[in-house]
Design a protein around this ligand. Structure first.
Ligand code: MTE
Length: 299
C-alpha cells in the first residue's frame, strides 16, 4: 500500500476531550453571548447574521433530527452491533463485510490520526481507525474505477429523523478515487482512544480532514466502487450551494457566507478567530489532487 500518513500535530495540539464533548454547549454559549452583546463582546469578532444557523447546523446527524441536541438525545437508539458493510461495484471481492472481521483484517497497529477538523469552528480531534485505501484493498477495488460512493444506514425504527423529508434518505456521499486512496482519508472507529460515540457515526464513519463537515458520512453500511460520480446528500438537497467537491475554500465564499475564517473551539467564551487555510491546512498533501481544476466552479 502507498505511503502512510504521519502526524504533524502532537498530543498537545489536541482539543481537550471535555471541550470536544461539550462543544455544542460551548458554541451555543459563545454565540449566544456575542449575539446579546455581553461585556467582552468587543473582543469577539462580531458574528455575521448567518452565524447562529451556521453554528447550529454544521454539527449534525440528521437521521436523528435536525435540532442540535437531537443526535445526542436519540443516537443511542442505533444498534451498532453486529454491523455489516456491503462493499460492491468494481471490486474483485464484493460482499457483506462484518465490522468485526474488518477490524481483524486492518492489522495496521493502533493508529491515532490527529486531524485539524474545520466546520466553521476548528478543532483537532484524535481519531483512531484505518486508511480507507486499506479497506478498498481488502475488497479488491479495480483499477478502472474512478469514484467511491458511501451510504449511511437507514433504519426508521432506530432513527426518528428519517420520518421527515429534510433529506432524501439514505444519506449518501462520494469521493473521487484519488481522494479515496489518499492516506489522509480514513475510516474512523474511535475518538480520544474510545469507541466512536453513536452521534459521531458509530461504528465507522469516513473522515476526510480537508473537507471535514461534508464528506464525513457517518455509520456507513455500503461502499460502492464505481465509474460514475456518485450523488451526495447535500448536493441533492441544494445543488446551488453544495457541489460534489465541497471545498471549504477561503477564497470562494459559500453563497450565503464567507469561508475566509473560522473560530477555534476551546479558546473561551469569545473565541479566537483565525484565517481558514486552503484545504483546511492540508494543501501540501492534497492540493495536487485538484491541480488544473477551477475550484470556484467545482465547489
Ligand atoms: N452523516 C450522516 N449520515 N448524516 C448527517 O446528517 N452530517 C454531516 C456529517 N456526516 C451528517 C453526516 C455534517 S453536515 C457534519 S458537519 C459532520 O457529519 C459532523 O460530524 P461530527 O458531529 O462528528 O463533528
Amino acid at each position: 500500500m502507498a505511503r502512510r500518513w504521519t502526524n504533524t500535530l502532537g498530543p498537545r495540539d489536541v482539543t481537550p476531550e471535555a471541550v470536544f464533548l461539550n462543544r455544542r454547549q460551548i458554541i451555543a454559549g459563545a454565540a449566544g453571548a456575542a449575539l446579546v452583546g455581553l461585556p467582552g463582546a468587543g473582543r469577539a469578532n462580531t458574528l455575521e447574521p448567518n452565524s447562529w444557523e451556521d453554528i447550529t447546523s454544521y454539527n449534525n446527524y440528521y437521521e436523528f433530527g435536525t435540532r442540535k441536541d437531537d443526535p445526542e438525545k436519540y443516537a443511542h437508539m442505533l444498534t451498532t452491533e453486529p454491523w455489516t458493510v456491503r462493499i460492491e461495484g468494481m471490486v474483485d471481492r464484493p460482499g457483506d463485510y462484518a465490522f468485526a472481521d474488518i477490524m481483524q483484517e486492518m492489522t495496521v497497529e493502533e493508529r491515532i490520526y490527529r486531524f485539524r477538523c474545520v466546520e466553521a469552528w476548528s478543532m483537532v480531534i484524535p481519531w483512531t481507525g484505518f486508511e480507507l485505501a486499506d479497506l478498498l484493498g481488502l475488497a479488491g477495488a479495480q483499477s478502472g474505477a474512478e469514484y467511491v460512493a458511501f451510504e449511511t444506514a437507514l433504519r426508521p425504527d432506530e432513527m426518528p429523523g428519517v420520518h421527515y423529508n429534510v433529506l432524501d434518505w439514505p444519506y449518501v456521499e462520494g469521493l473521487r478515487m484519488d481522494e479515496a486512496l489518499h492516506p489522509l482519508t480514513i475510516m474512523a472507529t474511535g475518538i480520544y482512544g474510545k469507541d466512536i460515540p453513536n452521534q459521531n457515526g458509530a461504528p465507522l464513519r469516513l473522515v476526510v480532514p480537508w473537507k471535514y463537515g461534508f464528506k464525513s458520512i457517518k455509520s456507513v453500511v455500503r461502499i460502492t466502487v464505481t465509474e460514475d460520480e456518485p450523488p451526495t446528500s447535500w448536493n441533492k438537497a441544494n445543488a446551488r450551494e453544495y457541489g460534489f467537491y465541497s471545498n471549504v475554500n477561503p477564497n470562494v465564499p459559500h453563497r450565503r457566507w464567507s469561508q475566509a475564517s473560522e473560530k477555534v473551539i476551546g479558546t473561551g467564551l469569545f473565541p479566537t478567530r483565525q484565517d481558514t487555510l486552503m484545504f483546511n491546512g492540508y494543501a501540501d498533501e492534497v492540493a495536487g489532487l485538484y491541480e488544473g481544476m477551477d475550484l470556484s466552479r467545482n465547489f
